[in-house]
Design a protein around this ligand. Structure first.
Ligand code: AMP
Length: 400
């Protein structure tokens, strides 16, 4: 895309403007801000820019009469926000690839922007319907996908549409390109030792992730609520800690897989425990992995922090997904904070670090370390699937 001459060309740009909106007011504009570099580049190139995105799940949250809530799920407030951020007018079409869209495209000037209404107002979108995808493709001469957050969806506007453009007329936007390149840094020939830090609530959400990372990494450090299912599987008492009893067999299989592959799968040495799941309750630190009856483990303890920080320091490449404890509560946030600091320190010493997926990104932001790690992914589910070793339809559709 960088060396394309796009002067006067109609460029369809798929972005991820799926931002939280309450009563028409945007609560967090991060995703819009992240798409600005690609939009600004297209403006500079003098393209006629047609932007599309989904917002929420309008077809899953219908009004009582069965119709779409076109006010709640409209992208109109986003057009206004985008205009403010760019200090430029942004035109808005009240449909997506409908009469209003085509009328406005015919008047769209070079370097100007048109934002289309929510792609998910159309039931064809999530089905990847080829006829609708083809109709979308007729809106422009080029297709650029910058919606990494939706790259794991095989929808019309994220994947199917790309079939109707050859490789010289479709590409990643700058944000998506950065996500793909950084994903490749850990997935293809990473510098070793490669360490993954995996935390969060449930093993069941991350079985495929851990399994793939055992193949990929040299060391896996486990933290957060999921550690207790591994403990339980190993016959260690866990008190009232979070546990998925029906997943202990899977936890054992993962431990066994790591052993067979000669990889280090490390569980916490100690935990910060409390009787209640709340912030201002009394807490203590265990001496070993076992948790007393009536108590629950809510954070990793100091011996674990020291061990994990040491492993992180020795790693050339680090992947982090999921907090080490209930970091939303101040007194159980130390483990996550110390691991975030260790990842930042290792990065300053020359290691490469990728923070991917949901709450670990929130943790890095909470401790203002986003500029001290190598890359913070914007795609929660998409990055997770990438690290699980899956091919993402939005990426494949551009490359094929
Ligand atoms: P995930 O979305 O799987 O990354 O999980 C993130 C959530 O896991 C956060 O809301 C944490 O509060 C929660 N969490 C982390 N450690 C624990 C724990 N020991 N017990 C219960 N919840 C936890």
């Amino acid at each position: 895309m960088n060396n394309w001459n796009l002067k006067d060309q109609k460029v369809i740009l798929r972005v991820d403007f799926n931002v939280p909106i309450k009563n028409g007011v945007i609560q967090d504009d991060t995703r819009i801000v992240k798409s600005l570099p690609t939009i600004q580049l297209l403006i500079q190139k003098g393209a006629r820019i047609i932007i599309m995105s989904h917002l929420g799940r309008p077809l899953k949250e219908l009004l009582p009469d069965g119709s779409i809530d076109k006010q709640k799920f409209s992208l109109k407030p986003i057009a206004e926000k985008l205009a403010t951020l760019l200090s430029l007018p942004v035109d808005f079409a009240t449909d997506c690839a409908g009469p209003d869209t085509f009328a406005k495209i015919s008047e769209l000037q070079s370097g100007h922007l048109l934002l289309l209404e929510n792609t998910r107002f159309y039931k064809q979108e999530e089905k990847g319907d080829t006829a609708w995808a083809q109709l979308l493709s007729t809106m422009g001469d080029y297709f650029i996908n910058d919606a990494f957050g939706a790259a794991h969806r095989e929808h019309c506007s994220t994947a199917t549409i790309a079939r109707y453009f050859d490789r010289d007329h479709k590409d990643f936007g700058l944000l998506m390109k950065a996500e793909v390149e950084n994903g490749d840094k850990v997935l293809k020939n990473p510098h070793r030792p490669l360490t993954a830090i995996i935390g969060g609530a449930k093993v069941s959400d991350k079985i495929e992730l851990i399994s793939n990372l055992i193949d990929l990494c040299d060391t896996i450090l486990i933290g957060g609520g999921m550690a207790f299912t591994f403990y339980k599987a190993s016959g260690i008492s866990i008190g009232k800690s979070l546990c998925e009893p029906d997943k202990t067999d899977l936890a054992l299989q993962l431990i066994e897989k790591a052993k067979q592959k000669n990889k280090k799968l490390i569980l916490p040495l100690d935990s910060v425990i409390a009787k209640e799941f709340k912030n201002d309750t009394a807490f203590e630190t265990t001496l070993g992995p076992a948790v007393k009856e009536d108590y629950m483990g809510l954070d990793i303890g100091p011996r674990t922090i020291a061990l994990y920080a040491d492993q992180i320091q020795k790693s050339a490449t680090i992947i982090w997904n999921g907090p080490m404890g209930v970091f939303e509560m101040e007194q159980f946030s130390n483990g996550t904070k110390q691991i975030a600091l260790a990842v930042a320190a290792a990065t300053q010493n020359g290691s490469y670090s990728l923070i991917g997926g949901g709450d670990s990104v929130a943790a890095i932001n909470k401790y203002h370390l986003e500029n001290q790690v190598s890359f913070v992914s914007t795609g929660g589910g998409a990055m997770l699937e990438m690290l699980e070793g899956k091919k993402l339809p939005g990426i494949e559709a551009i490359l094929s």
